[in-house]
Design a protein around this ligand. Structure first.
Ligand code: ATR
Length: 287
């Protein structure tokens, strides 16, 4: 029996037990995956209890991702750059490995499932909180032309820009001539100034507004005819932006595919098995 869990608050509505249940069935593995409500105060003790019971690892969600990264002895580059972990692997009593599969899950959904090119594309991330930090490093690794972080609080966008900028002086690639791969330019702007920005190929909503049944009110001018608006939200939280994009005729995808892809990457870390995601995503879409 492989013992796993997801920790967070609120956790009752989490789809993770269902997703990992389907992965386990596919792979013929005996998995016990529990959803456990945890606060900042109770989290460390609950983790230790799971590890002591022979747990193989866990997922971690809001608001505990930063704490999960801090509690681990080792961390992947994705987790280090995001300063947050959505996955822990208990290698031994004193060796907890932290990873953040959110960004790789997003990349897999965009390029694998949706056929959305990332390389050489112009990307805008709306929001500069934990969700944005969790995807930036893995998006940059795909060598987009540029990433603009647009946030209500400009200072937070600038902090993220600084954390993730490999070279702010590198010019954006304006030609398709062969040569060395240009370094993607990361910039930060205020959400209020988005109306004067050049259009983007991909706009990613990483704000928490969907949870208040709201959307960021994006200016139409940032979209080109072929642009995609990708929402990290799914379920009810995705509905406001989905409706907005529908009214404006903008292509829209919610984050359910990313949810399944990040889960598959976590499952692989714990079990060494790589489950098929398409059938699981089909089932979730029907729920
Ligand atoms: P998460 O970990 O889910 O990213 P977070 O760190 O609280 O949560 O970040 C939420 C993001 O949504 C932030 O970018 C936040 O903008 P601020 O940095 O200005 O707070 C954004 N957000 C929340 N409410 C918003 C609103 N009413 N208008 C615009 N952006 C909002």
């Amino acid at each position: 029996m492989i013992r796993l869990a997801v920790f967070g608050s609120p956790i009752r509505q989490s789809s993770s037990p269902a997703i990992h249940g389907m992965f386990a069935e596919q792979c013929g593995l005996d998995v016990d995956y529990q959803a456990i409500e945890a606060t900042a105060e109770s989290f460390a003790g609950l983790l230790q209890a799971l590890a002591a019971q022979g747990g193989r690892g866990c997922n971690v969600t809001v608001p505990l991702k930063k704490q999960a990264w801090q509690l681990a002895q080792r961390a992947s580059l994705s987790a280090q750059r995001a300063q947050a972990a959505n996955t822990l692997v208990f290698e031994s009593d004193n060796d907890w490995y932290a990873d953040n599969t959110d960004g790789r899950g997003l990349v897999q959904d965009l390029s694998g499932n949706l056929g959305q090119p990332i390389r050489a594309s112009r990307i805008c991330i709306i929001g500069a909180g934990g969700a944005a930090a969790g995807i930036l490093g893995d998006l940059l690794a795909q060598e987009p032309k540029c990433i603009t972080i647009a946030n209500r609080t400009l200072e937070r966008a600038r902090e993220l820009q600084q954390t993730f900028s490999t070279s702010l002086d590198a010019p954006a690639a304006e030609t398709s001539e062969p040569g060395p791969t240009p370094v993607p330019v990361v910039s930060a702007i205020s959400l209020d100034d988005l109306g004067i920005a050049t259009p983007f190929d991909l706009v990613i909503n990483a704000t928490s507004l969907g949870h208040e049944t709201r959307h960021p009110g994006l200016p139409e001018t940032i979209f080109l005819p072929g642009s995609l608006c990708y929402d990290l939200n799914y379920g009810a939280a995705a509905e406001p932006l989905r409706a907005f994009c529908g009214e404006m005729g903008i292509s829209y995808e919610d984050g359910l595919g990313m949810l399944v892809e990040q889960a598959a990457l976590s499952f692989e870390l714990w079990t060494g098995r790589s489950p098929e995601t398409a059938p699981v995503l089909r089932v979730l879409r029907q729920l």
